[in-house]
Every structure is written in C-alpha cells, then in structure tokens.
Design a protein around this ligand. Structure first.
Ligand SMILES: [Zn+2]
Length: 395
C-alpha cells in the first residue's frame, strides 16, 4: 500500500492542495486531501516534496524516441521508446506505425505485442495507432510516397487481425475509405481523418460512416484559405479544421511544441474545442532525446529528417517532420503559450486522450479504482518521479 504525500494533487477538474494518494494492488484506493488516518504504518511513502502529484501521461500518437522507432520492430527498440517517454511522464501510449510495406507494419505490430504480453515495465502499451499508408499523396508529409496508396481490404484486414488497434489515420476522401472506416467502427477502433485534403462535406459524410477523431489538427490537412486547387466553386469552402470546430462528434489532437502551431493557433483551438475534446500528443520521432543530426522518420529506410534546434525538418527545410519533444515539455509549452491552468493542460495529456481511445475506465486520472500511474512534477513540469502501478519506475 504505497502512499504518495506532500504534493498538490492534479485532479481532472482542478487542484487539491496538501493532497495524498493511497495505492493498493497497483490501483488507486484514495486520492484527495491528506488524511493522517489513511497513512498506513510501515508502508512505503513517497514524498512529492511540495510539488505536484499528477496522473501519468497518455500519448495516443508517438512513433519513437532516443534513437528508436516502433517501426524498427525489435523488442529492444520498442523498450527503448517506452523507457524514454516514461522518463518524461508517459505511462501509457499508443505505439504508432508509419507508412511502409505491409510486412513491416505487421512486424512492428508483432514486436509491440511481444512487449504488451510481457510485464510492460516501462509503460503500458495501448492499442496501436496505424498512420498510413492510406493517406492523400499531397498531404503525406514525411511518410514514404512509394508506399502511400488507397485502402486495400486484402491489406488492411491483415493489419486489423494482427492488432490490437486503437486507431487508424486515413484520408477519408480516398476510394475504398468507407469500407475501412465502417470496419474500424465495427471493431470499436477509432477512425481518424488525417493526412487528408477532404473538404467539409467529405468529412461530414465520413463522420456518418464512423470517423470520430482528427489527427494532428492543422498539420497535413486541407487549408480552407488555399483550397482552390480542389476545384471547389467556393474558394473559401470549409475543410477538416472547420469540421473539428463545428462538429461535436469529432475530437482532435495538437502537437504543442510551439513549432508546429503558433501561440495564436493553439489559443484558437483551445478556445473553440476545449480541454475535453483536444488531446496533447507528442508525435515524437526517433530523434527525440538525441543530439542534433539526421534521423529517419518511421522505418530506418524512411525519409530522413534533420534535427536541429529541437526541430525535425525534411532535408530541404520546408516542412517539419514530426517532433522531438517529450510529453512533459509539450504540456509545459502549451500551458505557457495558452496561459491555461496547469490542470487543464495535464488533463489534455491524460484523461482526455484516455477517453479518446476508450481507456479511461482504467487510466488517465487520479481516481479510485484506476491504475496507480502517478507522476511527481515540479513547477516547470519537469518529471521528478514516474510510478507505474504504484511502483517507482524512474526517478
Ligand atoms: Zn505521426
């Protein structure tokens, strides 16, 4: 029955000063104001030293870190990604695959499953997030163009069977998207619109099929101010971003390193969509936590990205190629740029993403009955300790 004391609790609707958490059997038994009668004698006590006691972060879109990527498809690479992100507060994540030949995606799912069926000592593996290959060629970003194509049932059935899949990012305007979206929906997985040039009516139709989430809002999608190239009679027709704002059935996610989206864009998204429907993600690649240099996005034969000044860019410098920030830094930058309360930024990196992928019964907040996945944070959102199931993992 470990006890976590001397900290301000970050609850899902505010802060609780002088808080305390009691865990038992890997789960939270009590979370609330400090109570001496609940501190069992002779049990381990972890002292937050007056900092914050936070739920562990849940990252629903992350590719890699510390030199490794889930597409490397080896147990040591998978473990490396989990360890890096756990040290920065992520206690559960959706391993994210990148566009590659089918065999490589299946191999990555196998390596992830191998980790999942073990003790998961460096963080919990939620269902995978499959990003590509069913993307719009014009919005592929740093995904390999030679493997981008329309949904092929012979292929995607194998991916879904291999699973488990939490979500798949696809361009819903592609031929064959409807059958895939309906199958994802039937299986209880999220169908994400992303890397897409869909206009509003196309997204609206796809939401009827079952699309319920939009991948990295503003990045790799229709830009309503520049969509003449789709031949629409109205040069100011709405696109995916506007659908996120207008349709309450859609949730979305933001890369909040302050490099993908300016302060004003983050504020606009936060004001219009709110902390209950927007998750903070890292979309981190293998260059996260590494020195400046050249790193492949996704598979080792993937598109090269140059990491410099804490940005990953495609070699000609014209576009960002995912991010190199871990989750605690994403939370800090978001709080500082949007000037929201810390608990709201933390919620966007814990309970909200857990809800989006249907893991919130088990994870995402300091609530009795949920896993005792707990962080100690300081004022600058540095992670001073990570606990998984009540046990100290990193400090
Ligand atoms: Zn991604």
């Amino acid at each position: 029955m470990p006890v976590f004391i001397h900290g301000t609790l970050i609850a899902d609707n505010g802060l609780i000063p002088d808080g305390m958490v009691v865990a038992g059997g890997g789960r939270i038994e009590y979370a609330g104001p400090q109570r001496a009668d609940l501190i069992p004698a002779g049990e381990p006590q972890f002292d937050a030293g007056g900092g914050y006691i936070s739920p562990g972060f849940v990252d629903i879109h992350v590719h890699g870190g510390h030199g490794s990527d889930f597409m490397d498809a080896t147990p040591s690479d998978v473990g490396q990604v989990f360890r890096y992100h756990a040290a920065h507060g992520t206690t559960a994540l959706c391993p994210t695959t990148a566009t590659a030949p089918l065999g490589e995606i299946l191999a990555a799912l196998d390596a992830i499953q191998q980790y999942r069926s073990g003790p998961q000592g460096s963080g919990r593996a939620l269902g995978a997030h499959i990003e590509g290959p069913y993307l719009a060629m014009s919005k592929r970003g740093c995904h390999l163009p030679e493997h981008v194509h329309n949904p092929d049932p012979n292929e995607w059935k194998q991916i879904l069977e291999r699973g488990p899949i939490a979500s798949m990012t696809l361009a819903p305007e592609l031929d064959g998207a409807r059958q895939l979206v309906e199958e994802l929906h039937r299986r209880g997985a999220n169908a994400n619109a992303g890397h897409s040039e869909a206009l509003y009516h196309e997204i609206n139709r796809a939401v009827e099929w079952g699309v319920n989430h939009v991948t990295h809002l503003y990045c790799a999608m229709t830009d309503a101010m520049n969509n003449r190239w789709r031949g629409t009679p109205n040069p100011r027709a709405a696109g995916i971003v506007e659908a996120v704002y207008l349709d309450d059935r859609l949730s979305s996610e933001l890369i909040t390193d302050g490099k993908h989206l300016s302060r004003e864009m983050l504020r606009l998204a936060f004001r219009n969509k709110g902390y209950e429907k927007l998750a903070v993600i890292t979309d981190a690649m293998r260059g996260a936590g590494m020195p400046d240099g050249e790193y492949a996005f996704g598979p080792r034969h993937g598109m090269k990205a140059v990491v410099r000044n804490r940005e990953a860019r495609i070699p000609d410098g014209t576009a960002l190629a995912s991010s190199v920030y871990p989750m605690n830094e994403m939370v800090r930058v978001f709080r500082d740029l949007v000037e929201c309360p810390l608990w709201q930024a933390v919620r966007m990196a814990s309970l909200t993403p857990a809800q989006i992928v249907g893991a919130d019964d088990d994870l995402g907040s300091l609530t009795p009955g949920k896993r005792a996945d707990i962080l100690f944070l300081d004022e600058n959102v540095n992670v001073t300790a990570t606990f998984l199931g009540g046990e100290l993992m990193v400090s």
